[in-house]
Design a protein around this ligand. Structure first.
Ligand code: ATP
Ligand code: MG
Length: 302
């Protein structure tokens, strides 16, 4: 598990960040960055590079490898540190608190700003490889696609979607982004997967979710990972979150992905609330959503 780097931040000196960002720059060209290259990338003296490398390695921010040559790479913790440093410099956040959630491909923490916010670090690097191969922008070493790039790209996509959709769609308000991290409004709610809705709430809540999907489609996006795990139920209604894989509606698979999203969410409701909802025609619902003509799920259930 990736450690919370918040406690390390206070121990770091400006030159440590220069070193880390030197390693980051070097990783555009190779997985490990040779020690000799680091003076150039970090603009530190050879002695300082050695000293800083030890400090950063001791704190788990860089990893050393000595096979053909001695090289260093950032760990996720090292990359987190750089993003956090930027947020602190911009006064986006003042401190990091406890975890809000650990997903397959992210770590989310509560953070302190003028109000509590959510800080999401993307971790896509190891898993979501193929998608990124198609549009990678650099790498000298042709087989090397850095996880830095993959995770950064995922954060960028999620942030772009949030910026487009907020506030017309009920999504967390985007606040800032840097590298693989995004800062957004913290939602006070319970994931749909962990709620047991009252009978009278079932269809209205499903309607709210489908309406958000309809508005998102009108605004140009299909979520493409809709599930009971990516919807919060709050006192005010629902909030749809987790948008890194969102696909623009002009994408060739957009319609198909919309149908799959409908399928995921509708089958969850049918499984969990068979008394209230059954035999929904998914294609018909998706068609309505895509044409901005959806009104209520009651038209589609027995
Ligand atoms: N804005 C937010 N406010 C409060 N909690 C959040 C917020 N965003 C995420 N979380 C918490 O963090 C958890 C993980 O977030 P998210 O679903 O965005 O990423 P993920 O689960 O890694 O993605 P995936 O669904 O691919 O596994 C959520 O289940 C939720 O509990
Ligand atoms: Mg999720």
């Amino acid at each position: 598990m990736v450690q919370n780097v918040a406690s390390v931040m206070a121990e770091l000196e400006p030159e440590d960040f220069h070193l880390l960002s030197g390693v980051e720059q070097g990783m555009r060209f190779s997985e490990y960055v040779a020690r000799e290259k680091l003076t150039e990338f970090s603009r530190l003296t050879t002695e300082d590079v050695d000293y800083r490398l030890d400090r950063c390695a001791d704190r788990g921010l860089v990893e050393r490898k000595t096979i053909q040559y001695e090289g260093f790479k950032l760990t996720f913790e090292g990359y987190d540190t750089l993003a956090l440093h930027t947020f602190a410099e911009r006064d986006t956040i003042e401190g990091v608190g406890s975890p809000l959630g650990v997903g397959k491909e992210s770590d989310v923490y509560e953070a302190q700003s003028y109000k509590p916010v959510a800080l999401k670090y993307h971790r896509e690097g190891y898993t979501n490889f193929r998608e990124v191969m198609k549009e990678r922008e650099y790498t000298a070493d042709r087989d090397h696609v850095s996880w830095l790039y993959t995770a950064r790209k995922a954060a960028e996509r999620e942030y772009d979607a949030l910026e487009t959709l907020y506030p017309n769609v009920s999504v967390p308000q985007p606040i800032d982004t840097n590298r693989h991290a995004i800062v957004m409004e913290k939602i006070d709610g319970v994931e749909l997967s962990r709620t047991k809705l009252e009978t009278a709430q079932v269809l209205p809540i499903l309607d709210l979710v489908l309406e958000e999907m309809q508005t998102a489609y009108r605004e140009g996006y299909v979520h493409a990972d809709m599930s009971e795990y990516n919807v919060f139920v709050t006192n005010e209604g629902v909030v749809v979150f987790d948008w890194p894989q969102a696909v623009p509606t002009d994408h060739e698979n957009a319609r198909e992905l919309l149908t799959r999203d409908v399928e995921n969410i509708v089958s969850y409701f049918e499984r969990k609330y068979p008394q209230e909802i059954s035999n929904v025609d998914r294609d018909a619902v998706a068609e309505r959503l895509a044409t901005d003509a959806f009104d209520s799920i009651t038209e589609f259930t027995e």
